[in-house]
Design a protein around this ligand. Structure first.
Ligand code: SAM
Length: 284
């Protein structure tokens, strides 16, 4: 009888994966972690019953969470990643040779360790990049107490349940705004809008207090079920969201990136939101 992994993120609706092999399963000091093999999606990692990443579709999320802010910024030298223990965001940031320093603040050492061992293609050696410093800490505490400035902040967190909850608070957004250098951009993982529409309006209300240009962009990631996922966007300069296709294309080519989902047309189109999201934001 084939064992199944049933995601528990939503009541009354969900996805399940056949488990061909379990590589790791344990309660870490912060959350339940499992990494298993699935015939359709390759190696899959879940935390506290919620699918975090799969080998088959991770490129969509990691490319969109990284190249949209970095290419919109155009001259990012210092990048802060909050969460991201699987290493996918780190891998994509390291592709930008102009970036000089990357700080990653991940709360769970065991997620980093197990993903380096069992999901090696996610980080693809990025943890050994000399530009990288890994801090094992709560990201909310780091942005509150650290005084460094960053050009881009990427919050690649779990959902607002468990340790990730603090990464969706007004305090967190306020402290991130204080950590951003002039011309800085912050993006965050903000859930699947059709299923978690309140996350969009709550983030808009909380983030909008500290950033003059707060918006969302989106992409559909197959294993973040329920439709398009929104990424929250926050800057003090609306022009960063309105670059021309020509400019984005020039920066993309200049960066010499190889991508499988991201391209300049998708970059700009991703900021076009479905009407139900715009209506919800109107009412927020
Ligand atoms: N792409 C996934 C998604 O969209 O849900 C997120 C992937 S990544 C595995 C999420 C990471 O956030 C995990 O490694 C988790 O340990 C980390 N995390 C959760 N709460 C955190 C906190 N307060 N500070 C730092 N990292 C945190």
């Amino acid at each position: 009888m084939m064992k199944l992994y049933a995601e528990t993120l939503y009541d009354a609706y969900g996805q399940q994966f056949s488990i061909d092999k379990v590589y790791f399963e344990n309660k870490t000091s912060h959350q339940h972690l499992v990494i298993f093999e699935n015939a359709r999606f390759g190696r899959v990692m879940a935390l506290d019953g919620v699918i975090q990443t799969t080998e088959a579709d991770e490129f969509i999320y990691h490319e969109m969470m990284t190249h949209v802010p970095l290419l919109a910024h155009g001259q990012a030298r210092r990048v802060l990643i909050i969460g991201g223990g699987d290493g996918g965001i780190l891998r994509e940031v390291c592709k930008h040779s102009a970036v000089e320093h990357i700080t990653q603040v991940e709360i769970d050492q065991q997620v980093v360790d197990m993903c380096r061992e069992f999901l090696p293609r996610h980080s693809a050696g990025a943890y050994d990049d000399p530009r990288v410093s890994i801090v094992i800490d709560d990201g909310a505490r780091f942005v509150r107490e650290n005084t460094d400035q960053f050009d881009v902040i990427i919050s690649d967190s779990t959902d607002p349940i468990g340790p990730g909850d603090v990464l969706f608070t007004s305090d967190f957004y306020q402290h991130c705004s204080e950590r951003l250098a002039d011309g800085g951009i912050m993006v965050t993982q903000n859930g699947v809008a059709f299923m978690q529409l309140d996350e969009v309006t709550t983030t808009a209300n909380r983030m909008g207090r500290y950033f003059s240009d707060q918006h969302f962009y989106c992409a559909a990631v197959p294993t973040y079920i329920g439709g398009v996922m929104t990424f929250a966007w926050a800057t003090q300069n609306a022009a960063l969201r309105q670059l021309s296709t020509k400019e984005i294309t020039s920066r993309y080519q200049q960066a010499g990136l190889t991508t499988r989902y991201y391209n300049p047309a998708i970059h700009l189109a991703s900021f076009a939101l479905p009407q139900y999201i715009l209506d919800a934001l109107e009412g927020a």
